[in-house]
Ligand binder design. Sequence first.
Ligand code: COA
Length: 255
Amino acid sequence: MSEFMIESHGPFETWTINGEAKRNALSRAMVTELAANVARVSGADRSVRAVVVRGAGTKAFCAGADLKERATMTPDEVRAFLSLMRQTFRALELSDCVFIAFVNGAAFGGGTELSLCCDVRVISAEAEMGLTEVKLGIIPGAGGTQRLPRLVGKGVAKELILTGRRVAADEAVRLGLASRIGTQEDAQGLAKVICQNAPIAVALAKHAIDEGAHLDLDAALSVEQQKYAQTIGTEDRIEGLKAFAEKRPPVYRGR
Ligand code: COA
């Protein structure tokens, strides 16, 4: 059985974490397959420009690490698994492909961490998020202690991580943990709109935001300048100007 169900919608895909019976908890096999899929869409063939990630069923996006598998692991195996998760999540974040998490149910621990390395989070009205690890005697180990404060600020991140509190969808949006409450169609609609834009520009804008976010303003503006410079020689930039002049939608080729 495949750990992810993959549907193609032309320029974007929907990846469904395929483990409804265990609330889509992440096993080693799942993270290994996730890594392979991230590598596939980040390779030389850039035909997949965006991915919507969701969980199977209606109860959970992802209930975090597979705690039943975890109970069978030696300490060394736990360390290796966490390292695989960290590398996989980082590869996803560094990809030119845009990742949209559709948090369609509970997202706890590694589930919230997976959503945090996506570029956009859409949460369904009944879903909850939380970094609940301290309740289990561990800490977030796949980037949560670093990505959550960068997203919502140190104070809110400390409150959420130190309490391990579960946050309902409306509060998640209010805190900036998710950008909006919506349906799968809304998440896929965002992917569609993103894929209509110039591919090189979208990737460069994503990296400019990520790379600049924690630099001082002068260094960050210089990151923006470098990324902008890379759009100047592209055919897509000329096409954007031409389409504007000819009052027609642009046809971008990612060149
Ligand atoms: N790892 C392995 N199995 C898990 C799991 C996890 N992280 N989370 C849930 N499951 C399993 C349950 O053990 C149960 O299995 P069983 O049918 O063999 O007993 C099954 O999934 C359904 O779980 P249940 O709690 O009955 O479903 P629910 O829909 O009422 O609640 C959750 C779903 C996600 C809210 C709840 O399962 C939960 O809180 N899980 C723990 C999440 C967590 O603490 N994650 C942090 C990991 S660091």
